[in-house]
Write a protein that binds this ligand. Sequence first.
Ligand SMILES: Nc1nc2c(ncn2[C@@H]2O[C@H](COP(=O)(O)OP(=O)(O)OP(=O)(O)O)[C@@H](O)[C@H]2O)c(=O)[nH]1
Ligand SMILES: [Mg+2]
Ligand SMILES: [Zn+2]
Length: 236
Amino acid sequence: MIRKSTNLSRKNHVIAANLDRAVIAVSLLFPEIKLPFLDRILVTCEVYGIRPVIVLNKIDLYGKLYADDVENFLRIYEGAGYTVIRTSCKTGEGIDELRKLCSEGVSLFSGESGVGKSSLIKALDPGLDPKIGKISAAHMQGKHTTSLYEMYPLAGGGFVVDSPGLRGFGLVDLEKEEISKYFPEMLRVGQDCRFTPCTHTHEPGCAVKEAVDAGIISPERYNSYLGMLEEDTKFR
Ligand SMILES: Nc1nc2c(ncn2[C@@H]2O[C@H](COP(=O)(O)OP(=O)(O)OP(=O)(O)O)[C@@H](O)[C@H]2O)c(=O)[nH]1
Ligand SMILES: [Mg+2]
Ligand SMILES: [Zn+2]
């Protein structure tokens, strides 16, 4: 799994190797999720053939007020074909399911600072002691508590890699025509576009745009795709 540094060096940064899956932890609150950021991680997983599992953590915080946001999130990502597990390190919801999933092979825990990567690892195996931070009261964000990559064996089987919170996630170099292949829902319908290659932006007879209009592909995912296409090449 590789990301491009978002600073001027634009260096490739190898995050981890020989992974069986990437557990991408997100939260609707503290810190608030940014969908294009999640989509960049998902594209990178597709590029390297790593199976992503999305963990919507801190489910105990959302209540009725955010019920629609939770539904919307599931609609977007389950609709795109991803596995989404709802978890809480406070109530234990979803932890058994996540433990079962992680009981074989090596799982990288990735995501923004403060989403609860280290807390999830501790919940999977209370015998472990990864450092857990606090949410900064001033910014309602994580404080970059985990500073090193560390692999732990789980008592119930499998290995997990705790990692420092990601600040930015630069995509590795991809040709513009290539990007949509890494959106599984676009790959599925893209064969039916009238033109090949099709950028799925302005071409007539574009099956991807039709699927967006028909509500089969979510506008949020499509917008992330457009954002990746439009990015100045220095950010890709
Ligand atoms: N309410 C609630 N708080 C949680 C949950 N999971 C984690 N937290 C809290 O979120 C804060 C950050 O948790 P960490 O596990 O340190 O987050 P992290 O993703 O490892 O953060 P970095 O190491 O900085 O990247 C802590 O105060 C946790 O107690 C949860 O499911 N519900
Ligand atoms: Mg941590
Ligand atoms: Zn098209």
